[in-house]
Write a protein that binds this ligand. Sequence first.
Ligand code: K2U
Ligand code: ZN
Length: 171
Amino acid sequence: MTQLVILNYPDARLHTIAKPIKTVNADIQRLITDMSETMYAAPGIGLAATQVDEHIQLILVDTSKEQNDLQVFINPKITAKNGLQDYEEGCLSVPGVYETVTRAENITVEALDANGKAFKLKADGLLAVCIQHEMDHLLGKVFVEYLSPLKRNRIKSKMLKHNRGITRNSY
Ligand code: K2U
Ligand code: ZN
């Protein structure tokens, strides 16, 4: 298993639109394994392939307390949603930033699982928030884009300094 590098905002690659997966093969299953290791090590409760610079429609979610209930969504589509909920979100691509975002409270998601089998899931609460957050990544959208331009620009400046620090210390 390999831990993958997570892209940091405002890396332009985070705004790439992910392509559908045509065949769930061994390469995809290897990526799922590597992404799960990366997510649990972060630690995080979700991760999109976009964040590890793989621009295909694949997201992982694990909102369980014991972090032992990995859910894989390939080519996910939201087919129904209702209600609204506010949640203070974070993002592994924007470390140290937590801001409230409003999203649908209840969603129905249709996707393929890690074996390529189609399934439908009804989700609410944190699971619904996390799935919507990850699916935004597949559209090239980072959660800070829901914030005011003033807040977003402050976060961008903070992240540019943070990223410079990482680059400087990596030699
Ligand atoms: O996309 C990511 O960076 C993964 C997020 C998923 C997430 C964001 C907001 C709300 C729920 C899930 C990371 O797991 S951020 C870490 C985190 C963990 C628990 C609750 C909120 C944020
Ligand atoms: Zn994120």
